[in-house]
Structures are given as C-alpha cells and as structure tokens.
Design a protein around this ligand. Structure first.
Ligand SMILES: O=C(O)CCC(=O)C(=O)O
Ligand SMILES: [Fe+2]
Ligand SMILES: [Mn+2]
Length: 229
C-alpha cells in the first residue's frame, strides 16, 4: 500500500522560493467564477478567470457532526502509525496516511455526496479513498498526482484545520493560484488545474492567504479520485 501511495505522486522540487514572490496583483473582480472570490487568489485576474472553472472550493461542505463521524472512524487506525518526517525526497513531510475501501453508513453518505458533486455520473473511481494526516508541522511540496494511476479529477475534504493549497503552473511557477481550504470544506481540482499545475499544502510558517495569516493545525484530508480513462 505504501508503495502505491508513493507512486501516486510525482515529486517536483520547488522551482522558486515562494516567500520572495510578488504577491500584489491578487484577486479577481469577476462575479462569474465558480468559487467565491475570497477563496481563491492568483498571480493575475486572467489566471483566476481561466482556471476558475476547473477549481472549486465549497466551504462548510460537511457539518461538525459529519467531521466528528469521519474522525471517529479514522483516528483509531491513524493513531497506530507514526508520522514520517525523515525522507527528504518525499512529496510530503510530517505525515501518516492510509486508504479505506469500506466505511460505516454515516461516512459512506458523506463520501457519496462528495462523489456526486465532484465526478460525472459513470466516471470510474479509484476504489480506495486516500486519507492523509498531516502533523501541525507537516506540509505537502509541489507535485502533480500520477497520471498513470489517477484520472482528471481530485476531490478532497479538509478536517481539523484551515490550510492553503497553492497551484503553480508546471515550468512557469510565477503563474499561481492560492486556495483557502477552510476546515470542513471540499476542494475539487479538474483537468488543467490537475494536469498542468502543481499543488501543495503550505507549511504553517508560510500559511498566509491574500495577506491574512491562516494558522495550520494538524490536518486530515480525505481524498477521492477517479481512474484514468
Ligand atoms: O491533502 C490534500 O488535500 C492533498 C494531498 C495530495 O496532494 C496527495 O496526496 O497527492
Ligand atoms: Fe496530490
Ligand atoms: Mn517515505
């Protein structure tokens, strides 16, 4: 399982030091974007506009009770594992992870809601749901999920913490988008946003969204993917 999860990611070294990036011309004024403007900012209004249709952030997608139900089901298994910090070449630092195929009824209902909003009906899905537990000091480096194992859509629930997901165009990281992933939100990356842009989860020290500090706590993500066609 570990091996499979490792090949799901193709790690890329960050091409720039993000804190040195100019971040002044952020935010789009268009009311046509699918995510509310304040959840997504980018290096240019054009990029926010063009990529906006392929990136969704739905705040409050699950309730506190649903978050608690997911945690009750996931915590016992996660607690048996140790966070991994020491592999310098991993895409993820300070994490433990698992996969789950069968869920109790409450969680299954949540996941079927995720699937129904994220994937077209009939799209073949990756059976196991991926669960990633990031320590408070953990973070995910820029990478693109394996095109061999995953299809055009990635949908993830964020539990326990707010965080910032940064997308950067592969080979041209001056073109970037930041997504504010609030606790209990759902994000969806599709098509270009999934294939042509790296994604990452910022570490606590760098977790600033549009000038606002977003403290990073321990964060668990529950990620559904479809299969390549
Ligand atoms: O934690 C997340 O929401 C994203 C995880 C991720 O990028 C991955 O496992 O490939
Ligand atoms: Fe990923
Ligand atoms: Mn490793």
């Amino acid at each position: 399982m570990k091996l499979l999860l490792t090949v799901l990611r193709q790690s890329h070294k960050p091409a720039v030091v993000f804190s040195r990036r100019r971040r002044s011309n952020s935010c789009a004024s268009s009311g046509l974007l699918s995510p509310p403007d304040e959840l997504i900012v980018g290096s240019s209004p054009q990029l926010v506009e063009t990529l906006g249709s392929q990136v969704e952030v739905r705040t409050g997608f699950i309730t506190e009770e649903e978050e608690a139900a997911l945690l009750r089901e996931l915590e016992p298994g996660l607690k048996k594992k140790r966070y991994e910090f020491d592999h310098w070449d991993d895409a993820i630092h300070g994490y433990r992870e698992t996969e789950r195929v069968t869920w109790g009824p409450a969680c299954e209902a949540i996941l079927s809601r995720v699937r129904s909003v994220a994937f077209p009906t009939g799209s073949p899905l990756l059976g196991p749901v991926h669960v990633l537990d990031l320590d408070r000091t953990g973070y995910i480096k820029p990478h693109i999920d394996s095109v061999k194992f995953c299809g055009n859509t990635i949908a993830g629930l964020s539990l326990l913490s707010d965080s910032i997901m940064r997308l950067a165009r592969e080979g041209a990281p001056a073109e970037w988008l930041d997504l504010l992933l609030s606790r209990r939100s759902l994000y969806i990356l599709r098509d270009q946003a999934r294939y042509d842009f790296t994604h990452e989860i910022l570490k606590d020290e760098e977790s600033v969204f549009n000038g606002h500090r977003v403290p990073r706590q321990r964060r668990i993500s529950v990620i559904c993917r479809n299969l390549p066609i």
